[in-house]
Design a binder for this molecule. Structure first.
Ligand SMILES: [Mg+2]
Length: 111
């Protein structure tokens, strides 16, 4: 499955049809933050309770959370009028350019 196919299939499970663009953008932004937070929380508990040793069950739970973040990112991209695949491709292009210029370990968004 590629990102375009994923984005289309994910759209079918969105629950905000009929809401205005501002609502949708806010909903998706909160969703990204919330699901990312779920990953952070699970990893925190792995560190705190299991000395950083990840069980198969925890790995599976984290995989599900990665999927949740993916869902929100795909629909966030869609809501802003670009495809998730375009965002992924632009990211790889940006990183390759930074690597080629030797600034991949520097700081700043626009380097
Ligand atoms: Mg989740």
């Amino acid at each position: 499955m590629d990102f375009n196919e994923y984005e289309e299939k994910a759209k079918s499970t969105a629950t905000y049809d009929g809401k205005n663009a501002e609502y949708v953008l806010m909903y998706l932004t909160i969703g990204i933050a919330g699901e990312s937070g779920e990953i952070a929380e699970k990893v925190k508990k792995i560190m705190r309770n299991h000395d950083g040793v990840i069980t198969d069950e925890q790995r599976e739970a984290l995989k599900h959370e990665v999927g949740d973040v993916l869902w929100y990112l795909s629909q966030f991209s869609r809501a802003l009028g670009f495809s998730f695949a375009d965002a992924a491709e632009a990211n790889l292009k940006k990183l390759e350019d930074r690597r080629a210029r030797g600034v991949i370990k520097s700081s700043g968004d626009n380097r």
